[in-house]
Write a protein that binds this ligand. Structure first.
Ligand SMILES: Nc1ncnc2c1ncn2[C@@H]1O[C@H](COP(=O)(O)OP(=O)(O)OP(=O)(O)O)[C@@H](O)[C@H]1O
Length: 312
Protein backbone atom coordinates (compact mmCIF):
# COMPACT_ATOMS: atom_id res chain seq x y z
CA UNK A 1 0.00 0.00 0.00
CA UNK A 2 1.13 3.54 -0.81
CA UNK A 3 -0.11 6.53 1.20
CA UNK A 4 0.72 10.11 0.29
CA UNK A 5 -0.28 12.89 2.64
CA UNK A 6 0.12 16.57 1.93
CA UNK A 7 2.88 15.73 -0.54
CA UNK A 8 4.38 18.93 -1.95
CA UNK A 9 7.38 19.60 -4.21
CA UNK A 10 8.61 23.00 -5.27
CA UNK A 11 11.36 23.57 -7.85
CA UNK A 12 12.20 27.25 -7.59
CA UNK A 13 9.04 29.04 -8.67
CA UNK A 14 7.37 25.89 -9.99
CA UNK A 15 5.01 24.12 -7.63
CA UNK A 16 5.27 20.70 -9.29
CA UNK A 17 3.22 18.83 -6.64
CA UNK A 18 0.84 20.70 -4.36
CA UNK A 19 -0.52 19.22 -1.13
CA UNK A 20 -1.30 15.86 -2.72
CA UNK A 21 -2.96 13.14 -0.63
CA UNK A 22 -4.06 9.76 -1.97
CA UNK A 23 -3.74 6.06 -1.28
CA UNK A 24 -3.08 3.06 -3.47
CA UNK A 25 -4.29 -0.36 -2.35
CA UNK A 26 -2.97 -3.81 -3.18
CA UNK A 27 -4.78 -6.23 -5.49
CA UNK A 28 -5.75 -3.89 -8.32
CA UNK A 29 -3.92 -1.79 -10.86
CA UNK A 30 -4.26 1.88 -9.89
CA UNK A 31 -3.78 4.38 -12.69
CA UNK A 32 -2.04 7.68 -12.01
CA UNK A 33 -3.52 10.00 -14.56
CA UNK A 34 -2.88 13.60 -15.49
CA UNK A 35 -1.98 15.82 -18.43
CA UNK A 36 1.69 16.33 -19.34
CA UNK A 37 3.46 18.33 -16.66
CA UNK A 38 0.83 17.54 -14.01
CA UNK A 39 3.44 16.24 -11.58
CA UNK A 40 3.18 12.46 -12.03
CA UNK A 41 6.90 11.75 -12.46
CA UNK A 42 7.80 14.07 -9.61
CA UNK A 43 5.33 12.24 -7.34
CA UNK A 44 6.76 8.86 -8.36
CA UNK A 45 10.29 10.07 -7.69
CA UNK A 46 9.22 11.18 -4.20
CA UNK A 47 7.60 7.78 -3.52
CA UNK A 48 10.96 6.22 -4.42
CA UNK A 49 13.03 8.59 -2.31
CA UNK A 50 14.73 10.01 -5.44
CA UNK A 51 13.38 13.46 -4.68
CA UNK A 52 12.78 14.97 -1.25
CA UNK A 53 9.34 16.46 -0.65
CA UNK A 54 9.25 20.17 0.19
CA UNK A 55 6.41 19.26 2.57
CA UNK A 56 4.27 16.25 3.40
CA UNK A 57 5.32 12.62 3.14
CA UNK A 58 4.67 9.36 1.43
CA UNK A 59 4.70 5.91 3.00
CA UNK A 60 5.04 2.48 1.47
CA UNK A 61 3.52 -0.24 3.62
CA UNK A 62 3.58 2.24 6.49
CA UNK A 63 7.26 3.20 6.08
CA UNK A 64 9.10 6.05 4.41
CA UNK A 65 11.39 4.92 1.59
CA UNK A 66 14.55 5.94 3.46
CA UNK A 67 13.49 3.77 6.42
CA UNK A 68 13.10 0.62 4.34
CA UNK A 69 15.73 -1.97 5.23
CA UNK A 70 15.73 -3.61 1.80
CA UNK A 71 14.15 -1.08 -0.58
CA UNK A 72 14.24 -3.30 -3.69
CA UNK A 73 12.46 -6.07 -1.80
CA UNK A 74 9.66 -3.70 -0.89
CA UNK A 75 9.21 -1.55 -3.97
CA UNK A 76 10.28 -1.98 -7.59
CA UNK A 77 10.02 0.67 -10.26
CA UNK A 78 10.21 1.17 -13.99
CA UNK A 79 10.95 4.85 -14.49
CA UNK A 80 13.18 5.08 -17.55
CA UNK A 81 13.76 1.85 -19.47
CA UNK A 82 16.80 3.22 -21.34
CA UNK A 83 19.11 3.84 -18.41
CA UNK A 84 20.78 0.40 -18.73
CA UNK A 85 24.45 0.46 -19.81
CA UNK A 86 24.24 -0.26 -23.56
CA UNK A 87 27.24 -2.62 -23.62
CA UNK A 88 26.03 -4.78 -20.77
CA UNK A 89 23.99 -7.87 -21.50
CA UNK A 90 20.54 -8.14 -19.95
CA UNK A 91 21.81 -10.90 -17.63
CA UNK A 92 24.93 -8.92 -16.63
CA UNK A 93 22.81 -5.87 -15.85
CA UNK A 94 20.41 -7.83 -13.65
CA UNK A 95 23.24 -9.75 -11.97
CA UNK A 96 24.95 -6.45 -11.10
CA UNK A 97 21.70 -5.10 -9.68
CA UNK A 98 21.02 -8.28 -7.70
CA UNK A 99 24.55 -8.27 -6.24
CA UNK A 100 24.47 -4.66 -5.19
CA UNK A 101 21.14 -5.24 -3.45
CA UNK A 102 21.98 -8.57 -1.80
CA UNK A 103 19.39 -10.40 -3.85
CA UNK A 104 20.15 -14.11 -4.57
CA UNK A 105 21.62 -14.62 -8.07
CA UNK A 106 18.97 -17.26 -8.93
CA UNK A 107 16.39 -14.46 -9.09
CA UNK A 108 18.07 -13.18 -12.27
CA UNK A 109 17.07 -16.21 -14.33
CA UNK A 110 13.64 -16.27 -12.72
CA UNK A 111 12.82 -12.69 -13.68
CA UNK A 112 14.30 -13.10 -17.17
CA UNK A 113 11.93 -16.03 -17.61
CA UNK A 114 8.99 -14.08 -16.18
CA UNK A 115 9.36 -11.26 -18.71
CA UNK A 116 10.22 -13.57 -21.61
CA UNK A 117 13.83 -12.45 -22.16
CA UNK A 118 15.63 -15.75 -21.44
CA UNK A 119 16.46 -16.24 -25.13
CA UNK A 120 18.21 -12.87 -25.44
CA UNK A 121 19.70 -12.68 -21.93
CA UNK A 122 23.28 -12.67 -23.31
CA UNK A 123 22.69 -9.92 -25.87
CA UNK A 124 23.82 -6.30 -25.42
CA UNK A 125 21.04 -4.25 -23.86
CA UNK A 126 21.98 -1.45 -26.28
CA UNK A 127 20.69 -3.59 -29.18
CA UNK A 128 17.24 -4.04 -27.58
CA UNK A 129 14.07 -2.60 -29.05
CA UNK A 130 12.03 -0.30 -26.83
CA UNK A 131 9.67 -3.17 -26.02
CA UNK A 132 12.56 -5.42 -24.96
CA UNK A 133 14.09 -2.58 -22.92
CA UNK A 134 10.78 -2.15 -21.14
CA UNK A 135 10.73 -5.86 -20.33
CA UNK A 136 14.28 -5.64 -19.01
CA UNK A 137 13.25 -2.65 -16.88
CA UNK A 138 10.33 -4.66 -15.53
CA UNK A 139 12.62 -7.62 -14.82
CA UNK A 140 14.83 -5.28 -12.80
CA UNK A 141 11.82 -3.97 -10.89
CA UNK A 142 10.81 -7.56 -10.05
CA UNK A 143 14.25 -8.71 -8.88
CA UNK A 144 13.55 -8.20 -5.18
CA UNK A 145 10.07 -9.76 -5.51
CA UNK A 146 8.53 -6.53 -4.15
CA UNK A 147 4.97 -6.07 -2.94
CA UNK A 148 4.74 -2.60 -4.50
CA UNK A 149 5.45 -1.77 -8.14
CA UNK A 150 5.61 1.62 -9.82
CA UNK A 151 5.53 2.12 -13.59
CA UNK A 152 5.98 5.58 -15.13
CA UNK A 153 4.34 5.80 -18.59
CA UNK A 154 5.24 2.17 -19.36
CA UNK A 155 3.52 1.93 -22.75
CA UNK A 156 4.89 5.12 -24.31
CA UNK A 157 6.23 4.42 -27.77
CA UNK A 158 5.37 0.71 -27.72
CA UNK A 159 3.63 -1.11 -30.57
CA UNK A 160 0.16 -2.63 -29.93
CA UNK A 161 1.64 -6.03 -29.07
CA UNK A 162 4.00 -4.47 -26.52
CA UNK A 163 1.17 -2.44 -25.03
CA UNK A 164 -1.01 -5.52 -24.65
CA UNK A 165 1.81 -7.46 -23.03
CA UNK A 166 2.50 -4.73 -20.45
CA UNK A 167 -1.22 -4.28 -19.73
CA UNK A 168 -1.72 -8.00 -19.06
CA UNK A 169 1.48 -8.22 -17.09
CA UNK A 170 0.50 -5.37 -14.76
CA UNK A 171 -2.89 -6.96 -14.23
CA UNK A 172 -1.28 -10.28 -13.36
CA UNK A 173 0.98 -8.60 -10.82
CA UNK A 174 -2.06 -7.00 -9.20
CA UNK A 175 -3.99 -10.29 -9.22
CA UNK A 176 -1.04 -11.76 -7.30
CA UNK A 177 -1.98 -9.31 -4.54
CA UNK A 178 0.65 -6.66 -5.24
CA UNK A 179 0.21 -2.91 -5.23
CA UNK A 180 0.59 -1.67 -8.82
CA UNK A 181 0.70 2.08 -9.46
CA UNK A 182 1.08 3.15 -13.08
CA UNK A 183 1.19 6.63 -14.55
CA UNK A 184 -0.17 7.66 -17.91
CA UNK A 185 -1.53 10.72 -19.68
CA UNK A 186 -3.93 8.52 -21.68
CA UNK A 187 -7.28 7.78 -20.08
CA UNK A 188 -8.23 5.29 -22.80
CA UNK A 189 -5.19 3.17 -21.94
CA UNK A 190 -5.76 3.43 -18.21
CA UNK A 191 -9.45 2.58 -18.57
CA UNK A 192 -8.43 -0.78 -20.04
CA UNK A 193 -5.82 -1.49 -17.41
CA UNK A 194 -6.73 0.13 -14.11
CA UNK A 195 -9.62 -0.51 -11.71
CA UNK A 196 -8.88 2.65 -9.72
CA UNK A 197 -7.67 6.06 -10.76
CA UNK A 198 -5.81 8.82 -8.98
CA UNK A 199 -6.21 11.88 -11.22
CA UNK A 200 -4.09 15.00 -10.84
CA UNK A 201 -3.77 18.33 -12.62
CA UNK A 202 -1.21 21.08 -11.91
CA UNK A 203 0.16 19.03 -9.06
CA UNK A 204 -3.17 18.81 -7.23
CA UNK A 205 -5.57 15.95 -6.68
CA UNK A 206 -8.59 16.14 -8.98
CA UNK A 207 -10.16 12.85 -8.06
CA UNK A 208 -9.57 9.43 -6.57
CA UNK A 209 -12.21 6.88 -7.47
CA UNK A 210 -12.85 3.71 -9.42
CA UNK A 211 -12.25 4.08 -13.16
CA UNK A 212 -15.95 3.39 -13.78
CA UNK A 213 -17.06 6.22 -11.49
CA UNK A 214 -14.57 8.66 -13.01
CA UNK A 215 -15.71 8.04 -16.56
CA UNK A 216 -19.41 8.04 -15.69
CA UNK A 217 -19.15 11.25 -13.70
CA UNK A 218 -17.56 13.13 -16.57
CA UNK A 219 -19.68 11.71 -19.37
CA UNK A 220 -23.11 12.11 -17.83
CA UNK A 221 -22.87 15.89 -17.69
CA UNK A 222 -22.29 16.64 -21.35
CA UNK A 223 -25.14 17.34 -23.75
CA UNK A 224 -24.83 18.08 -27.46
CA UNK A 225 -27.23 20.77 -28.68
CA UNK A 226 -27.95 22.04 -32.19
CA UNK A 227 -30.27 24.94 -32.82
CA UNK A 228 -30.88 27.59 -35.51
CA UNK A 229 -30.79 30.11 -32.64
CA UNK A 230 -27.52 29.03 -31.14
CA UNK A 231 -26.42 32.54 -30.18
CA UNK A 232 -29.52 33.15 -28.08
CA UNK A 233 -29.26 29.76 -26.45
CA UNK A 234 -25.61 30.35 -25.71
CA UNK A 235 -26.49 33.65 -24.01
CA UNK A 236 -29.21 32.02 -21.87
CA UNK A 237 -26.86 29.22 -20.83
CA UNK A 238 -24.15 31.72 -19.95
CA UNK A 239 -26.70 33.57 -17.85
CA UNK A 240 -27.42 30.30 -16.02
CA UNK A 241 -23.69 29.92 -15.37
CA UNK A 242 -23.29 26.81 -17.53
CA UNK A 243 -20.10 26.01 -19.49
CA UNK A 244 -20.42 25.70 -23.26
CA UNK A 245 -17.93 24.65 -25.93
CA UNK A 246 -18.32 24.57 -29.73
CA UNK A 247 -18.78 21.20 -31.32
CA UNK A 248 -19.45 20.20 -34.89
CA UNK A 249 -22.08 22.77 -35.90
CA UNK A 250 -23.55 22.79 -32.40
CA UNK A 251 -22.48 23.20 -28.80
CA UNK A 252 -21.54 20.89 -25.97
CA UNK A 253 -23.09 21.88 -22.67
CA UNK A 254 -21.55 20.76 -19.38
CA UNK A 255 -23.16 20.98 -15.98
CA UNK A 256 -26.84 20.99 -17.00
CA UNK A 257 -28.81 17.91 -17.97
CA UNK A 258 -30.83 17.59 -21.18
CA UNK A 259 -34.24 18.01 -19.44
CA UNK A 260 -33.21 21.36 -18.00
CA UNK A 261 -31.67 22.56 -21.27
CA UNK A 262 -34.90 21.64 -23.10
CA UNK A 263 -36.98 23.53 -20.54
CA UNK A 264 -34.71 26.56 -20.72
CA UNK A 265 -34.96 26.58 -24.52
CA UNK A 266 -38.77 26.25 -24.40
CA UNK A 267 -39.02 29.05 -21.88
CA UNK A 268 -37.24 31.37 -24.32
CA UNK A 269 -38.93 29.92 -27.42
CA UNK A 270 -35.67 28.67 -28.84
CA UNK A 271 -36.09 25.91 -31.43
CA UNK A 272 -33.81 22.89 -30.92
CA UNK A 273 -32.68 20.53 -33.68
CA UNK A 274 -30.74 18.22 -31.41
CA UNK A 275 -30.56 17.63 -27.67
CA UNK A 276 -28.47 14.55 -26.99
CA UNK A 277 -26.69 13.51 -23.79
CA UNK A 278 -23.18 12.37 -24.72
CA UNK A 279 -21.59 9.26 -23.41
CA UNK A 280 -18.43 10.94 -24.65
CA UNK A 281 -15.10 9.40 -25.40
CA UNK A 282 -12.93 8.66 -22.44
CA UNK A 283 -10.51 11.33 -23.60
CA UNK A 284 -13.33 13.89 -23.60
CA UNK A 285 -14.30 12.85 -20.10
CA UNK A 286 -10.74 13.26 -18.95
CA UNK A 287 -10.40 16.67 -20.60
CA UNK A 288 -13.62 17.84 -19.10
CA UNK A 289 -12.43 17.06 -15.61
CA UNK A 290 -8.80 18.03 -15.98
CA UNK A 291 -9.38 20.72 -18.65
CA UNK A 292 -8.52 23.74 -16.52
CA UNK A 293 -5.44 22.09 -15.20
CA UNK A 294 -3.56 21.45 -18.45
CA UNK A 295 -0.33 23.33 -17.95
CA UNK A 296 0.95 23.46 -21.50
CA UNK A 297 -1.50 24.05 -24.32
CA UNK A 298 -0.03 22.75 -27.55
CA UNK A 299 -2.16 24.70 -29.99
CA UNK A 300 -3.80 21.44 -31.02
CA UNK A 301 -7.42 20.77 -30.06
CA UNK A 302 -7.32 19.64 -26.45
CA UNK A 303 -8.40 16.07 -27.21
CA UNK A 304 -5.53 15.68 -29.68
CA UNK A 305 -3.04 17.12 -27.21
CA UNK A 306 -3.74 14.18 -24.99
CA UNK A 307 -2.95 11.72 -27.70
CA UNK A 308 0.48 13.20 -28.30
CA UNK A 309 3.20 11.00 -26.87
CA UNK A 310 4.71 12.50 -23.74
CA UNK A 311 8.19 13.88 -23.82
CA UNK A 312 9.32 11.13 -21.41
N1 LIG B 1 14.05 18.78 -11.74
C1 LIG B 1 13.16 19.73 -12.01
N2 LIG B 1 13.48 21.03 -11.98
C2 LIG B 1 12.58 22.00 -12.25
N3 LIG B 1 11.28 21.77 -12.61
C3 LIG B 1 10.90 20.49 -12.68
C4 LIG B 1 11.80 19.40 -12.40
N4 LIG B 1 11.11 18.23 -12.55
C5 LIG B 1 9.85 18.57 -12.91
N5 LIG B 1 9.72 19.93 -12.99
C6 LIG B 1 8.48 20.67 -13.31
O1 LIG B 1 7.47 20.18 -12.46
C7 LIG B 1 6.23 20.06 -13.17
C8 LIG B 1 5.74 18.63 -13.10
O2 LIG B 1 6.58 17.80 -13.89
P1 LIG B 1 6.46 16.20 -13.97
O3 LIG B 1 7.52 15.71 -14.90
O4 LIG B 1 6.41 15.65 -12.61
O5 LIG B 1 5.03 16.03 -14.64
P2 LIG B 1 4.39 14.75 -15.35
O6 LIG B 1 2.97 14.75 -14.96
O7 LIG B 1 5.20 13.56 -15.06
O8 LIG B 1 4.49 15.17 -16.86
P3 LIG B 1 4.97 14.33 -18.13
O9 LIG B 1 3.91 13.34 -18.41
O10 LIG B 1 5.09 15.40 -19.17
O11 LIG B 1 6.31 13.74 -17.73
C9 LIG B 1 6.49 20.59 -14.56
O12 LIG B 1 6.16 21.95 -14.59
C10 LIG B 1 7.98 20.41 -14.72
O13 LIG B 1 8.50 21.35 -15.64
Amino acid sequence: MIEASGLTKRYGKTLAVNNLSFSVDAGQVTGFLGPNGAGKSTTMRMILGLDTPTAGEVRIGGKRYQDLKHPLRTVGALLDAKWVHPNRSARAHLTWMAKSNKIPARRVDEVLETVGLTGVAGKRAGSFSLGMSQRLGIAAALLGDPEVLLFDEPVNGLDPEGILWIRRFMQRLAEDGRTVFVSSHLLSEMALTAGNLVVIGRGQLISQSTTKEFVARAAENTVKVRSPHLDRLRAELAEAGVAVTDSDGGILVSGMDSDKIGELAAQHQIVLHELSPQTGSLEQAFMQITGDSVEYQTGLPTGAALLEPSAN
